[in-house]
Design a binder for this molecule. Sequence first.
Ligand code: FAD
Ligand code: A2P
Length: 370
Amino acid sequence: MYSQAKVIAGGLAHIPIVIAVFYFILTTFNKRALKFVEEAKTKKPEAKAVETKKVAVSKTEAPKTEAPKIVKKKHADVPVNIYRPKTPYEGTVIENYSLLKEGAIGRVNHITFDLKDSDPFLNYVEGQSIGIMPAGEDANGKPHKLRLYSIASTRHGDDFNGNTVSLCVRQLQYEKDGETINGVCSTYLCDIKPGDKVKITGPVGKEMLLPDEEDANIVMLATGTGIAPMRAYLRRMFEPTEKEKNKWNFKGKAWLFMGAPKSANLLYEEDLQRYIADHPDNFKYTKAISREQQNTKGGRMYIQDRVLESANELFNMIEDEKTHIYLCGLKGMEPGIDEAMTKAAEEKGLNWAELRPQLKKAGRWHVETY
Ligand code: FAD
Ligand code: A2P
């Protein structure tokens, strides 16, 4: 017969067994957990994505090799859409002046806005764009839609205080049924006065960013206001006070191909000449002045004609994996540039149709045309 005391004593006698089993399970689990932590510690961190990737330049006859594995930089730290159309930032115009000389065609202005009161702060980096919402309404009584403009200033702004943004705007004008039509937003921007408030959105765009590498080579192909992002790049590379601010010690080669209808239409010419004088080994500037110069066929001189003239030197640069090419301005120039690149590549035994997608994939071919 079991007495209550015997039952209790029997129960107590099992306690050491239960503790032993529990201890065994615990130590086995801890050992595994420790092993896992140690393994995790000794694992190498993931290779950091870099912007300049190795891309084999494909010769026409070269055997096809497996495409190189490319890790594109995510640019996660680049600001985008701080201000959207429903809640734009109202920036104040600081200055608005013509960039053209006597005898130039049309109207192209440099316009600067104050951003210092923006909260959150509207910061941006070189190569981005902002949206402008022109005042007034469209034909349907709705507010005008925003138009994008490439930023022409560095992140430090034209006055180096880091709280302005500048644009380079051509007024759109065309003839229709015998009448001159003025573009809505470009006319609004060319007409605004210092002190006026303007609705700004953005920044947007990650296509035209500069690489981080100080020894990168930067080839720029611009027509008209397509110079806007290039102006920001060149200031970042060569403008003394800007360089003090950005601590980016550019050591590569910059080559600007610039297309304008007349000499009087060349934009930021004095600055560019100063950069050449100060940095003759790092900056090359090639102009195509369409209505004053002729190409070999007797037609208007376009930047693609200049590209062909410089085919050998240009493709020597492109074969260097540190070279990036930026194209900005008229959409219409794209086929012409492609044709010129095809011919220029052929002269070097290269196939542009194969090479271009490789450069694009490697983040070295940057296009923003409109
Ligand atoms: P709108 O009043 O919108 O008129 C344009 C419309 O007019 C066209 O859509 C077309 O329907 C019609 N049209 C145009 N030309 C003709 C023609 N010849 N015949 C008949 N119809 C015609 N512009 C700059 O000046 N500087 C920049 O830095 C710049 N950067 C840009 C960056 C990006 C990413 C993009 C997408 C565009 C950029 N633009 C830039 C262009 C800018 O966004 C506007 O498109 C331009 O200013 C014209 O806008 P608008 O309101 O004046 O013209
Ligand atoms: P053009 O107008 O003489 O034909 P802007 O914007 O100040 O007018 O400058 C644009 C420049 O680009 C002009 O010199 C213009 O020449 C030139 N251009 C026009 N069409 C093309 C094209 N398809 N390819 C390259 N350049 C072009």
